[in-house]
Design a protein around this ligand. Sequence first.
Ligand code: KG4
Ligand code: ZN
Length: 326
Amino acid sequence: MNYILAIESSCDESAAAVLKDGCHLLSNIISTQIEMHRKYGGVVPEVASRAHLLAMRPVIEEAMAEAKISYTDLSAVAVTYGPGLAGSLLVGVNIAKGIAAASHKPLIGINHLEGHIYANWLLEIQPQFPAVCLVISGGHTDLILIKDHGQYIRLGGTIDDAVGEAFDKAARILGLPYPGGPSIQKAAENGQSYFRLPRAWLKDTYNFSFSGLKSAVSRAVEEKQITNAADGAASFQEAVADVLVKKTLHAAQKYGAKNILLAGGVAANLVIRQEFQKQSSVPIFCPPVKLCTDNAASIATAAYQKFRQGQFTDHSLDVCPSLKLV
Ligand code: KG4
Ligand code: ZN
């Protein structure tokens, strides 16, 4: 029996999960700080790390209790060590090291982005290689070719704002609450995408740019071409989905991908998910909403692959706030 306890604290969610034999999720506990950061309109790093300090231990204890196992049963302790906020990552890494040392278990350091990708291995059917994965989160927008477990080639990514950041900024311009992604999705349900916002195609590359789109929303609001938040949200969401879907489908065709995987917080967006399903002839994998945004279950799934390959991490592990996937 293999049991992995995973810990995630890279941004504003304190999370812990226990995974059995790589696919049975025994617990998946998430304590979010969204309410604490809402009044600031974004995540305040020091507030985040202090909140992790208070939340992390009870979250881990709840995850272990729900899994009905003890620390001695664990096969390994996994933890996100980057990318993310340094002060937040430090809390998770320190507590993971403490548990691993006290229970004489191996430690597995996980790249947060790899965690997002591996949420797709918690689905009933496993993805096939080669796969093209679109990682869209608050801090990242990357198009990745996955040749095999742990073998990544970066095809492209954003040259300015991450797509989640663009959602958050556009929401602020439209007067919608933080976090912007869910607010825009909700507002758009009552809106019409009548206003044609620009798409940055960045021809012949798999790169993305979203800063012009955000400026265009701002201009359209100032010039009263967009007069209500719902229509602005619908127009924005449509423009984002258009670029993400077309570029990803092009890459999937070029590289003969057997599957397209969506990952990261923005992959929770229902319009983006629907457009992929509608337009793709390649099967789309997309984690359930709760496993798109930050969680430790995905970290545990990524760690299981490392465990199988005997890839353990030295207890001198440090955090790496700007860690890259490739
Ligand atoms: O992956 P994640 O939880 O944290 C990071 O690793 O960054 O992603 C957070 C981002 C935020 O920008 C949030 O606005 C966005 O994901 N998001 C969404 C939705 N839910 C969360 N964006 C669009 N539609 C959603 N439903
Ligand atoms: Zn994330």
